[in-house]
Design a protein around this ligand. Structure first.
Ligand SMILES: [Mg+2]
Length: 402
């Protein structure tokens, strides 16, 4: 079998089409994009994959990498991954953008192998521990947390967007009771100092959290060590890193208790399994990031999570946009707080190209609202996002209402 071509299918996410175009309340349908690929072969079998990590840029990278793969036998997945990696060396450390491109292609190669052998990918990875994977959802209010519980979901994550709000976490913890896991995601803001993150963490301790995610910027590894040593809550991080070398310091230094590689940009299914194995050696569990994932990479995450012993939970944003269930077939549905691991050959998912075409990509970077405390404010106390004055920082550390 030989690879004949690699197609890219890029789309805007987040809104219903209006008059045949992709438009949301801001006229752009949000800033998220999903990038899907199809790797075609001379035997009629094709594989599907997905790459996150700035999808509009990843698209160009996939198209560039295609020239080192066309004509190759898709069976030799690890060899082809190394070929892509070496071909990209001149671009420097690739990060999640290069990781997204290699992920999309590698994922599709696994899909081809599974289809060619008539086996689900999990069965080619050593078999499975479980036939369904527990998921957790996101809640900003107690009401939303209760809705998730109504779906059988037993894990709720509360995000700090803009300012720390411990009262909100406490209200959600009260609403869900002791049987449901609650997590906090601080989104690793560059303005958060380790000292402040420790103060916040100590105020969260009594809420019995499953983990405290990205309390500071992800590259501040020494800061993570300080927080780990000072706060009695398991730490989680990893969504903004790619491949075994990107995740290695978090794992090797045991800076986190839960590692969160993104299945769409960590480097591919094999990289995810290697990361899981590195984590296993340090008694660290894995809860893959899915915040920016589309519906194909979610299938890949299920195959990975089915086959590793240290699978904690999978992040799930099922209800972000109805189109999630329409651009692929079949669509994943949360049942009793879990996703079922697919049993069909390959990844078990295909693209619905006609639907994808309805949502052409418009933009792929987020702009922060002006009035929520996140705004970059030239000429004010909040001007420098890295070195905030005490007053500017305090605005974002609105830890308690009283
Ligand atoms: Mg996060």
């Amino acid at each position: 079998m030989k690879i004949t071509a690699i197609e890219t299918h890029l789309m805007q996410v987040g809104a219903r089409p209006v008059s045949g175009t992709s438009r949301g309340s801001d006229g752009h349908g949000g800033s998220r994009n999903w990038l899907f690929v199809r790797v075609l072969t001379d035997e009629g079998i094709y594989g599907v994959g997905e790459g996150s990590g700035w999808p509009r840029v990843v698209k160009a990278a996939v198209e560039d990498l295609a020239r080192v793969l066309v004509g190759e036998d898709p069976a030799h997945i690890d060899r082809l991954w190394q070929r892509m990696y070496v071909a990209s060396m001149g671009h420097g450390v690739l990060g999640t953008v290069g990781g997204g491109a290699m992920t999309a292609i590698e994922m599709a190669l696994w899909d081809i192998k599974g289809k060619a052998l008539g086996q689900p990918v999990w069965n080619l990875l050593g078999g499975r521990f479980r036939d369904r994977v527990r998921v957790y959802g996101h809640a900003r209010t107690p009401e939303r947390a209760r809705e998730l519980m109504g779906l059988g979901i037993k894990g709720v994550k509360v995000g700090f967007t803009g300012a720390v709000d411990i009262d909100r976490v406490a209200a959600i913890r009260d609403a869900v009771g002791p049987e449901v896991d609650v997590m906090v995601d601080a989104h690793g803001p560059s303005w958060m100092t380790p000292a402040d993150a420790i103060r916040v963490g100590r105020e969260l301790e009594h809420l019995d959290l499953l983990f405290y995610e990205d309390p500071i910027a992800p590259d501040n590894l020494d800061g993570y060590a300080r927080i780990r040593d000072a706060v009695a809550i398991p730490l989680a991080a990893g969504e903004r890193h790619a491949n075994i070398w990107g995740l290695r310091p978090l794992i090797e230094r045991e800076l986190v208790d839960v590692v969160q590689p993104d299945t769409g940009r960590a480097g591919g299914i094999t990289q995810m399994r290697k990361i899981a194995a590195m984590a296993e050696a340090h008694y660290i569990t894995m809860a893959p990031h899915s915040g920016s994932l589309g519906p194909v990479a979610e299938f890949a995450a299920l195959h990975v999570m089915a086959t590793i012993p240290n699978a904690l939970m999978l992040e799930r944003v099922e209800f972000d946009w109805p189109g999630r269930a329409e651009v692929v077939t079949p669509a994943l549905r949360t049942e009793d707080g879990h996703l079922r691991v697919p049993d069909t050959p390959g990844l078990g998912v295909d693209l619905v190209l006609d639907e994808i075409l309805k949502y052409p990509s418009v933009r792929n970077v987020a702009t922060m609202p002006e009035d929520d405390g996140w705004a970059y404010e030239p000429g004010t106390a909040g001007e420098n996002i890295y070195f905030q004055t005490r007053l500017a920082r305090a605005r974002k550390l609105r830890r308690k209402a009283t």
